[in-house]
Design a protein around this ligand. Structure first.
Ligand SMILES: Cc1cc2nc3c(=O)[nH]c(=O)nc-3n(C[C@H](O)[C@H](O)[C@H](O)COP(=O)(O)OP(=O)(O)OC[C@H]3O[C@@H](n4cnc5c(N)ncnc54)[C@H](O)[C@@H]3O)c2cc1C
Length: 562
């Protein structure tokens, strides 16, 4: 379905106005385009940034980008992180990351790839769908259309380089306009947090003497220096703390001195493509939503680049929000569903801030006690930790964002299950849907691939499902029907199933990862963002229908319901 240009509702020019075409805004646009939502995306910059700020894509981000058909392109262009060499003052510890223990995803490694290439792939996807990013268009101000009802839409005042001031009335406005967000300021959302002391330097350049395709972390009493295998525009990305006495603007010579100090002269730096000094802060918006105005990505949260979370969290924000706005624009979202963006994503943003803050302070502190974990404790525990697959997997699942979940959200539901929760295994309502290779119409496909079409996916597993279940679900859910797919999931042989929509789990891995049983019927509703929304045992569809109705029925009299 192609994106619509204008809102069907004459109160608005467009259903969604996205401010900012960085990775967050582009990912949101891609999801809205998939739903055929009317939207515009503007950016004040005349050209796309060619700098690579973020340098790594997490497995969960690659999964999330699958519906736009770009994950394979990105994987082919990037470098998977195979291992990290921890260079400590007295020893070098190799930590193997080739087996990170995440079998339930097609994407099992952190992927090094320049942010510019990720943005390029998203922009190319959008352009293929006829979506044009409007560049040279700056948001200057916003006004709620009804001062007494912040949910009733917004008027944005934008300055166009070509045509002067334009006013755009939008049902929803999303600020994906980065750390210095105008949207955040104009919508009155507080920006809380502080800056880290010190200055840091990054450089994309060539390095002789560093083992290729590995990350290198140099840690000593003075701080850290990291080398990441970026690939393009240069083989390596160097990030280090600046020291007293370093020049105000780092140069190749000053970086060589830093490298000498950390590596004992083992590295030679050359051919820099980009050298930049930067400061860091950790801040978060008080709320991610004010009525019909939303914040996503760096506009909502910024933190240190530790563990490559920033851009990845922004893309995940966008994919949590996009389908909610798409359904809202079609009159198919309860107010609770649209409001759940803040409730689901703000805790994730907060957790990322806390987690990156802890690691960053340990990596960068020059204070006596805080240096201890870096200089004394890490050398002692790292070998044992890296040798434990269970621990590696736990750590990597958190960093890779595969374990992000919305269990406490009102937008997920465990239904009226017959079995007590402690007797069930596998992911719960709110968790990410695991992946596995299955068979559909005799063809091997990834479960995630099948579930990537925009909308809700209902999976019926186990025995006893009446033949008309699909029909009853579609009948009961009326208007939602075009955004609903219902399929049987069975442990099957390689013989083609009688029902062409049946998914056959030939290896049994999908059943195992989902904690399903061939003897027990179960119903799962997978949300458009790939999280399990509803899960319940038995063949009664009432719970699933009520769950979907609760999410998609606007309150009587609300603008979307009229
Ligand atoms: C040194 C460094 C290293 C990093 N490394 C990583 C990493 O390894 N992994 C990771 O995930 N993240 C990393 N990050 C963070 C990552 O770069 C950001 O999180 C990411 O760019 C945020 O994307 P965004 O789309 O939210 O915002 P941005 O990329 O900042 O995009 C915002 C867009 O909004 C536009 N805009 C702003 N104001 C207006 C306005 N008023 N009107 C119209 N348009 C406007 C801007 O022109 C811009 O194009 C790093 C950051 C830095 C600084």
């Amino acid at each position: 379905m192609a994106a619509q240009k204008h809102s069907a509702d004459s109160n608005y020019d467009v259903d969604v106005l996205i401010v900012g075409a960085g990775p967050t805004g582009l990912a949101l646009a891609a999801q809205l385009a998939g739903f055929g939502t009317s939207f515009r995306i503007i950016d004040r910059s005349l050209t796309r940034s060619e700098e690579s700020r973020a340098l790594a894509l997490q497995p969960r981000t690659l999964e999330a980008l699958r519906p736009f058909g770009i994950s394979t392109t990105l994987t082919a262009a990037g470098h998977p992180a195979r291992g990290i060499h921890l260079h400590l003052p007295d020893q070098t510890l190799p930590v193997d990351l080739s087996d990170a223990g995440i079998e339930d995803s097609e994407f099992q490694h952190l992927l090094f790839l320049s942010q510019a290439e990720t943005e390029h792939a998203l922009a190319a996807h959008l352009s293929g769908r006829g979506v044009r990013v409007e560049r040279g268009v700056e948001l200057q101000d916003i006004q709620f259309l009804d001062p007494d009802d912040p949910f009733a839409g917004v008027e944005a005042k934008v300055q166009r380089l070509d045509r002067g001031i334009e006013r755009i009335r939008a049902r929803y406005l999303v600020g994906a306009d980065g750390a210095h967000s105008t949207v955040r300021a104009k919508a009155g959302m507080d920006w809380r947090g502080s800056s880290y002391p010190g200055t840091y330097v990054l450089a994309d350049l060539e390095v002789d003497g560093a083992e290729a395709e590995h990350m290198h972390a140099y840690l000593n009493e003075d701080g850290f220096m990291f080398l990441f295998p970026l690939g393009r525009p240069a083989t390596w990305r160097l990030i280090a703390m600046k020291e007293d006495g370093d020049p105000a603007q780092a140069t190749l010579e000053s970086l060589q001195k830093t490298a000498d100090k950390f590596s004992g002269g083992a590295l030679t730096l050359r051919d820099p493509q980009w050298i930049s000094d930067f400061t860091l802060s950790h801040r978060m918006a008080e709320y991610f939503q004010n009525g019909c105005v939303f914040l996503a990505g760096d506009a909502a949260h910024v933190h240190s680049p530790v563990a490559a979370q920033g851009m990845n969290t922004g893309i995940q924000d966008a994919l949590n929000l996009g389908w909610k706005l798409a359904l809202g624009a079609r009159g198919l979202a309860s107010e609770e569903l649209v409001d759940s963006y803040d409730a689901e994503r703000r805790p994730v943003g907060k957790a990322v801030l806390q987690f990156t803050d802890r690691i960053f302070r340990l990596a960068s502190s020059r204070n006596g006690l805080l240096k201890l974990p870096r200089t004394k404790i890490l050398p002692a525990v790292a070998p044992r930790a890296s040798g434990s697959k269970a621990l590696r997997s736990r750590l990597f699942r958190t960093v890779s964002q595969l374990d992000t979940r919305y269990r406490g959200s009102h937008m997920v539901d465990t239904g009226d299950s017959r079995l007590p929760a402690f007797l069930t295994t596998g992911p719960k309502a709110g968790d990410r849907m695991p992946d596995a290779v299955v068979l559909e119409q005799g063809r091997e496909r990834r479960l995630h691939d099948i579930l990537s079409t925009p909308g809700f996916h209902v999976l019926l597993s186990g025995p006893g499902w009446p033949a008309d279940t699909q029909l009853r679900l579609h009948d009961a859910l009326g208007q939602l029907s075009p955004w609903l797919s219902v399929q049987r999931l069975s442990v099957g042989s390689r013989l083609a199933a009688a029902d062409p929509s049946e998914i056959q789990d030939v290896s049994g891995l999908a059943f195992e990862r989902l904690g399903l049983s061939v003897r027990r019927p179960e119903i799962l509703v997978v949300r458009p963002d790939g999280h399990i929304g509803f899960r319940s045992q038995g063949t009664d569809i009432t719970g699933a229908v009520e769950y979907l109705e609760r999410l998609t029925t606007p309150a009587a009299g609300s603008p979307a319901a009229v």
